[in-house]
Design a protein around this ligand. Structure first.
Ligand SMILES: Nc1ncnc2c1ncn2[C@@H]1O[C@H](COP(=O)(O)OP(=O)(O)OP(=O)(O)O)[C@@H](O)[C@H]1O
Ligand SMILES: [Mg+2]
Length: 267
C-alpha cells in the first residue's frame, strides 16, 4: 500500500520511511499511540495530504493521482470523526456514499423518468442490503443521523463507505464510541464482508478487535513502523508493549483465520 512514505507538516515529521503492504483479501490492522501517524497513512493513501514515497492502490501507482481518481479504483474510507452534516438523514447519507458509482446523468430526470425511477428503486435496494449487512435497522432511513448514538453513527459511516461497492476499505478507528456488543458486531460483520472478498485496512486502538479480527497488524510509533506480522506475534513483542500497550490483557480470540491469498498485493 505504501513504500518509504514520508509526510511532514511544517516542522512536524508525521511519517518517516513507512512501508506497509496490505495483501489482497486481508484485514490489516494499523495500531500505535496517539500522534504516531495512523490517520496520516490513510490520508496519504487517499490523497488528502502531500507525501513522498510510493503509494499503490489495487495494482496502480497513485502517488501523483488526485483523490477522486484513487477512489475511482474501488477504494472507500471512513473518518476518525465522521464528516456528517447535522441535517442529513440516514437515507441522504447512504445516497452520498452511492454518489459516483452510478451514471446520474441530469437528462434522465426529465427525458427518461422511468430510468431515473428504476435507479431510485435500485439504490433503495442497495441501501437496505448494505444496512442489513452491518446489522443496522432499515427503519432508520428518515431519521437524522446526528440524533443517533455515536456507535450507530460510526457504523453508518462504514455503511456509507460500503455504498461505493469498494474492493479496498480504509477505516479510521471505527470502534471509537462503540460499546462492547457493537464492537463485537462490527468485527463479525467486517469478517463476513472480508470473506466475501473485501480487503480492509483498519486503524484501531482496541486490542481485542485487532487480535480477533485482523490477519496482520502493523505498529507505528512516532511516525515510524516498529514491526508488522500476525497479531498474536506482534502484540506480545516487548518493544510494542513498551511503546504502546502497557501491561494489558490482549484478550486474543483465535487469530488463525489467515486470508486465502495473502501473497498478492492489494495496494
Ligand atoms: N493537518 C495537520 N497539520 C499539522 N500537523 C498534523 C496534521 N495532521 C497530523 N498532524 C500531526 O502529525 C502527527 C501524526 O498525526 P496522526 O493524526 O496521523 O496521528 P494518529 O496516529 O492518527 O493519532 P490518533 O491516535 O490521536 O488519531 C501528529 O503529531 C499530528 O499532530
Ligand atoms: Mg488518528
Amino acid at each position: 500500500m505504501v513504500d518509504e512514505l514520508d509526510v511532514s507538516f511544517g516542522g512536524i515529521h508525521a511519517l518517516r520511511g513507512v512501508s506497509l503492504s496490505v495483501p489482497l483479501g486481508a484485514i490489516y490492522g494499523i495500531v500505535g499511540p496517539n500522534g504516531s501517524g495512523k490517520t496520516t497513512v490513510l490520508n496519504a493513501v487517499s490523497g488528502f495530504v502531500r507525501s513522498s514515497g510510493g503509494i499503490h492502490v489495487l495494482g496502480h501507482s497513485v502517488s501523483r493521482w488526485p483523490s477522486h481518481r484513487r477512489f475511482g479504483l474501488g477504494m472507500a474510507r471512513t473518518f476518525q470523526v465522521p464528516k456528517i452534516s447535522h441535517t442529513l438523514t440516514v437515507w441522504e447519507l447512504m445516497r452520498m456514499g452511492d454518489h459516483g458509482r452510478r451514471d446520474r446523468a441530469w437528462w434522465k430526470e426529465t427525458l427518461a423518468p422511468w430510468a431515473a425511477a428504476r435507479e431510485e428503486r435500485e439504490t433503495r435496494r442497495r441501501v437496505g442490503d448494505t444496512l442489513e449487512s452491518l446489522g443496522l435497522d432499515t427503519g432508520l432511513l428518515d431519521t437524522r443521523v446526528q440524533t443517533l448514538a455515536q456507535g450507530i453513527i460510526k457504523m453508518l459511516d462504514v455503511a456509507r463507505a460500503l455504498m461505493a461497492a469498494p474492493t479496498l476499505l480504509l477505516l479510521d478507528e471505527p470502534t471509537a464510541g462503540m460499546n462492547e456488543a457493537e464492537i463485537a458486531n462490527l468485527a463479525q460483520r467486517l469478517q463476513a464482508l472480508n470473506a466475501a472478498g473485501l480487503t480492509i485496512a483498519v486503524v484501531e486502538h482496541n486490542i481485542r478487535f485487532l487480535a480477533g479480527a485482523c490477519h496482520i497488524v502493523a505498529v507505528l510509533h512516532v511516525g515510524r513502523k516498529i514491526c508488522d506480522g500476525r497479531p498474536e506475534e506482534v502484540l506480545i513483542r516487548p518493544d510494542v508493549i513498551e511503546a504502546y500497550l502497557g501491561d494489558v490483557d490482549t484478550g486474543f480470540a483465535d487469530p488463525s483465520h489467515a486470508p486465502e491469498n495473502q501473497g498478492r498485493p492489494a495496494s
